[in-house]
Unconditional design. Structure first.
Length: 475
């Protein structure tokens, strides 16, 4: 009986070992009768080995403003990849979205919904982040950031971290730039119009008076430009409307109740200022205003060519005028001034500016999160990062680059950075993106001839429909 049991156990062990030996090979591999791999199975095994060592692909998506490989972000990504110490493990697939400003966020959101189309790395405007987080499109980075020394030792501006933090207090991006806004003005045109070389308007009325003076004395010049259409998207909401609204002392959200303000004197006054610009022919032709490339037309053509006197815009436009920029202008720092935007009825000491910025985020459906995070860290290393900031014309998010000569020597950058001390930020609310779209429609309707009062009324209806009657208030 014992012999039979031993024989049975021996047979089971042999069969098990044979099965294990066969399972060491891929299931679709054939073997010869002697147990060696056939020529066909050897080729298959080699193919499988090749697959196991194949480089992962990091796909990166951002908004391309039409410059392609000459764009600042494209160059930054390529330079970072070329010096990446894990380059042998990955390939970089630069996959920008070339579209109007107002369409980028919708196209990104669409791509983030599917594993087939989601990139591994995406640029997120901080205003859009809350909505994308609520939709489940982004990966929380806290686990990665816990071991990221620079994130935790003060190398990043603490105030700017709030812009990439969701309502759940998790971090969903690494901020790579920020900005402030003001009034760019052409000193040569001002001289011809009899206006001061060092201009600092104290009120909105001072701006309108300057526009009238320019129109009368330099009639072939566009006095004022501000983004004013749906096609220019968030630039219309933030750089124009909110710069005005916040200058009245009001905000989009009521600070006490947390409800959206849909009717107020501040809204009406802001729209009336915009109405004054266009009714008095201080602005550019509507064909230019309603163009999705209006921001570029303003900075790269009209301002650069001396056809525009005043532009309400951000610090980043100086990136256009660099030697490798799309609209090279060596004399820009001598010709242009950068005045603070006054409050509506200020005394000259009160200014208005808003700060925003962009971040690197990892989509939830990315297949290569670990190596993508390593690439983000490399993108943000000062030796790679500073050149990109200079090219973009942006304010940096790292505190340890302030003394970098290449960064700090740029004209106007210190002035723009000083504006950060009094900067306001957009609401960190997942409904902001939808409300912003209604702002754009409201502004464009005024530009197109609708009265400020009627435009505000329509805005109220639209916002109420979006956020619900319980979440709106009239002042």
């Amino acid at each position: 009986m014992k012999k039979s049991l031993c024989l049975l156990l021996t047979m089971v062990m042999v069969l098990s070992l044979t099965a294990c030996a066969k399972n060491n090979y891929p299931t679709d591999v054939d073997t010869a009768k002697d147990g060696t791999l056939t020529e066909e199975s050897s080729a298959s095994n080699a193919e499988n080995n090749a697959k196991s060592t194949k480089k992962v692909v990091i796909t990166v998506t951002f908004r391309d403003d039409g410059r392609g490989e000459n764009g600042a972000i494209w160059k930054w990504l390529q330079a970072a990849y070329d010096s990446f110490d894990q380059k042998d493990r990955c390939e970089l697939n630069i996959a920008p979205i070339t579209t109007f400003e107002g369409d980028y966020f919708a196209e990104v959101a669409l791509s983030l919904q599917s594993e087939k189309t989601a990139p591994d790395l995406v640029t997120e405007d901080t205003f859009q982040l809350a909505a994308d987080v609520e939709s489940g499109y982004l990966t929380p980075l806290d686990g990665y950031l816990a071991g990221y020394e620079e994130w935790n030792n003060g190398s990043y501006n603490e105030a700017l971290k709030t812009g990439v933090t969701g309502l759940d207090n998790k971090v969903y991006g690494v901020p790579y730039n920020t900005d402030t806004r003001g009034l760019w003005y052409n000193k040569e045109i001002f001289k011809k119009a009899g206006l001061p070389k060092e201009w600092k308007p104290k009120t909105w009325e001072d701006i309108l008076i300057a526009c009238q003076t320019i129109k009368e004395n330099v009639p072939d010049i566009v006095p004022f430009w501000c983004n004013s259409a749906v096609a220019t998207g968030e630039a219309t909401s933030m750089q124009t409307y909110e710069m005005l609204l916040y200058g009245t002392g009001e905000r989009l959200l009521d600070e006490t109740t947390g409800k959206w303000i849909i009717s107020s004197q501040g809204i009406l006054d802001s729209l009336t200022f915009i109405d004054s610009i266009y009714k008095n022919n201080y602005g550019p032709p509507l064909s230019k205003v309603l163009n999705g490339q209006a921001s570029n037309i303003s900075a790269r053509e009209y301002l650069r060519q001396g056809k525009l006197a005043i532009s309400l815009d951000g610090i980043w436009i100086i990136g256009n005028y660099l030697e490798d920029g799309p609209s090279t202008w060596p004399e820009y720092s001598d010709v242009l001034g950068f005045a603070p935007m006054p409050t509506q009825n200020g005394d000259g000491t009160e200014i208005t500016t808003l700060a925003g910025g962009w971040a690197w985020s990892i989509p939830a459906k990315s297949d290569n999160k670990d190596i993508t995070m390593a690439f983000i860290k490399h993108l943000m290393e000062p030796e790679v990062y500073v050149d990109a900031l200079v090219s973009m014309g942006s304010i940096g998010t790292r505190t340890d680059i302030i003394d970098n000569e290449k960064y700090s020597a740029r004209p106007f950058i210190q002035t723009a950075t000083d504006y950060l001390k009094v900067a306001s930020f957009r609401p960190k609310d997942s409904k902001y993106a939808a409300v912003s779209a209604h702002i754009q429609s409201m502004v464009e309707s005024v530009v197109s001839g609708t009265s400020p009062a009627d435009a505000m009324a329509t805005y109220g209806v639209d916002v109420t429909r979006t956020v619900g009657e319980d979440n709106v208030i009239s002042n």
